[in-house]
Design a protein around this ligand. Structure first.
Ligand code: ADE
Length: 235
């Protein structure tokens, strides 16, 4: 089995890369900015690839465009059996979230693609892409809660986005999940999304500050959950 992770930031990927001793394949995607870390012998007949989005303008790339480019390049070149989008998210305390809590997605959609006046384009814009059918069984085996990932291009939360998130049942707010799932839906590659909470959208603390303060803890929890996930998938 070839499992390919798409992880936006180096900080999110680092504990996981270190834990598995995965080595970078230098310039694999050049001239694209995304980076490949690979372990060809993670289990018999199994390869683990970790693709991060890379950097531009002295910052790690975030967001839908970089995630789509990386996912397309990864699927075309690596031909994985499964894509896993692992990363951090915002979530709502009133919906049961806590900082560092890890979830598996039971759905994935966009929340900032409005097409007023055309319901069909509006629906297409929201995406609502399928997640891998084994996600439910895996969440149950790993004892993780499930939630609907809701993706937009901004870290902040605008009232018009919140209307859509509430209407559509979004629970885990990120900046890449639906973009990765969109590419997977086009190329018929199953996708599982695993997310860890860095900030609470219904808290008064500034989002960026919470995100940065909790990034390390959330990424460590994610690495632990991913180790359990891989054990389940590869054994
Ligand atoms: N990643 C981590 N926290 C986030 C938030 N609140 N919104 C979007 N992406 C995030």
């Amino acid at each position: 089995m070839h499992i390919c992770y798409i992880i936006a930031m180096e900080a999110e990927a680092k504990p996981f890369i270190q834990r598995f001793g995965v080595k970078e394949v230098e310039k694999y995607f050049a001239p694209l900015p995304c980076r490949l870390f690979q372990h060809n012998d993670i289990a018999p007949n199994s390869t683990l690839s970790i693709v991060t989005l890379g950097r531009q303008h002295e910052r790690d790339l975030l967001g839908c465009e970089a995630a789509s480019v990386a996912t397309l390049a990864a699927i075309e070149r690596l031909k994985p059996d499964l894509i896993i989008n692992s990363g951090t998210c915002g979530a709502w305390e009133r919906k049961g979230a806590k900082i560092g809590k890890v979830y598996i997605a039971d759905g994935v959609m966009f929340h900032d693609r409005r097409v007023p006046g055309d319901d069909d384009w509006g629906t297409q814009g929201l995406g609502n892409y399928p997640v891998w059918e084994k996600s439910i069984e895996i969440a149950s085996k790993l004892n993780l809660d499930m939630g609907r990932v809701t993706t937009g291009s901004s870290l902040d939360l605008q009232p018009c986005d919140e209307v859509i998130i509430e209407r559509e049942g979004g629970e885990l707010k990120d900046m890449e999940g639906a973009a990765v799932a969109f590419v997977c839906s086009l190329l018929n590659v199953p996708i599982l999304l695993i997310k860890s909470v860095t900030d609470l959208c219904d808290d008064t603390a500034p989002t960026l500050e919470s995100f940065l303060n909790n990034l390390e803890k959330a990424s460590e929890n994610l690495s632990e959950a991913n180790a359990n996930l891989l054990e389940l998938l590869l054994n």
